[in-house]
Write a protein that binds this ligand. Structure first.
Ligand code: NAD
Ligand code: MG
Length: 390
């Protein structure tokens, strides 16, 4: 029997790599692809649906239903569109589901996947940041196995094969430091969108690339690690490692460190999650120690990258502080992309919104339900949209 598969966010950076790996590993002859989803790029979505012989293609944008239906005419592939269609598609039972929508828009489909999929390959870190308890409870109830796709968490997941969660002394999350690692605050204040998107090591979507430049991505990953591996803020250390060869490490209580190393290519983590619990050859470059002369490490600078300090604050507040943090960060990102605020304003905006809502957030839990999460997400977004630089 072919393994059943769904890919949410198939037209994005993670999604395209997932489609590429599925095709390389036999495509429709090996996998029974149920669902592919995208948003604006209807042409690509239809091409992916055809190449994988998917049953259904879904666009998140309701106004593009006609365009999608036309693009799929004569193929026998069904087309739907809109948020409700996306949720319904995530309710179709699969052995393996990829969650690769960007932002808290991925929350609903991810939760639905967790209720029914055999394996949830999780790239959408925002789900864990906004509603970690709820997502983990859904997985526990259905028996769905969550396999992280974020390269750092995938590394930790792999390093855990050598030990137990309870024996972890520290998790060392590596960070490339992004394109502004050596920039001064003055230079960062004037950073342009183009400069912020140009990541030195990783080829990623626009939003996560900017999040790497501010290190908001690493901040989200601290919260993600806390949720996934049941470690406290004190047990999570961030180390700047500009070469992005060591993807993260676990230190156990006997101070042995287990690291995972590979060339920076997301197909490593995606392929790991796809083939788990087996391993198969992947189209990634082998590490060559004869040309790799050094690996560097440094302590991150929280003055230039306040996002890192704010992540600790989120864990201190608890409750739904992660949802507030993420929504404020998403609105800051929208405004930076629109040319509406400066690069350093993003962290200022997020800090203000987080402090404005911290009491309320601390009294709420994602276990109160998705509506509760989405209501505070909306409130934080509105505050973010109305925030004015000093
Ligand atoms: P991307 O921007 O390249 O792609 C995003 C996908 O989500 C696209 O398919 C897009 O159509 C869809 N989408 C966008 N807005 C949507 C909406 N409102 N509703 C439904 N679908 C929508 O993003 P990406 O870089 O592939 O990242 C996807 C997720 O994976 C993010 O959560 C990101 O943090 C995480 N991640 C990405 C990388 C990477 O290398 N790109 C690495 C680690 C983790
Ligand atoms: Mg990562």
């Amino acid at each position: 029997m072919r393994r059943t598969i769904s890919i949410f966010g198939s037209t994005g950076s993670i999604g395209c790599n997932t489609v590429d790996l599925l095709l390389r590993q036999g495509g429709a002859e090996v996998y029974d692809v149920k669902v592919v989803t995208g948003s604006q790029n209807i042409k690509l979505l239809a091409e992916q649906a055809v190449s994988l012989k998917a049953d259904l293609a879904v666009s998140a944008d309701e106004s593009l239903l006609t365009a999608l239906t036309e693009a799929l005419a004569g193929t026998g592939i069904a087309a739907t569109a809109g948020a409700a269609a996306l949720r319904d598609a995530a309710m179709i039972n699969v052995d393996w589901g990829m969650s690769a929508i960007v932002g808290s828009a991925g929350l609903t489909p991810t939760l639905e996947l967790a209720k029914q999929a055999g394996v949830l390959a999780l790239a959408n870190k925002e789900s864990l940041v906004c509603a970690g308890e709820l997502l983990k409870a859904a997985c526990a109830k259905s028996g769905c196995k969550l396999v992280p796709v974020d390269s750092e968490h995938c590394a930790i997941f792999q390093a855990l094969a050598g030990g137990k969660n309870g024996d972890i002394s520290r998790i060392i999350l590596t960070a490339s430091g992004g394109p502004f690692l050596d920039w001064t605050l003055e230079e960062m204040a004037d950073a342009t969108l183009e400069q912020a998107v140009a990541h030195p090591n990783w080829d990623m979507g626009q939003r996560i690339s900017i999040d790497s430049a501010t290190m908001f991505n690493k901040a989200l990953e601290v919260i993600e690690a806390h949720q996934l591996f049941d470690v406290s803020s004190d047990q999570i250390e961030i180390v700047v490692h500009p070469q992005s060869i060591i993807h993260s490490m676990i230190e156990y209580n006997d101070f042995s460190l287990i690291a995972q190393l590979a060339t920076p290519d997301m197909r490593g983590a995606i392929g790991f999650a796809l083939n788990w619990p087996e391993r198969r050859p992947l189209p990634v470059k082998q590490l060559d120690f004869s040309t790799m002369s050094r690996l560097d490490f440094a302590t991150p600078d929280e003055t230039r990258f306040p996002a890192l300090r704010l992540a600790r604050r989120v864990l201190e507040i608890g409750g739904l502080a992660g949802a507030v943090f993420n929504a404020a960060k998403e609105s800051a990102l929208d405004r930076f992309i629109a040319g509406n605020i400066g690069f350093l304003d993003m962290a200022r905006l997020v800090e203000t919104v987080l402090e404005d809502l911290h009491v309320k957030a601390s009294q709420m839990s994602s276990l109160d339900g998705l509506e509760t999460v989405m209501s505070i997400d909306k409130e934080a977004r509105t505050l973010g949209q109305n925030w004015m630089p000093a």
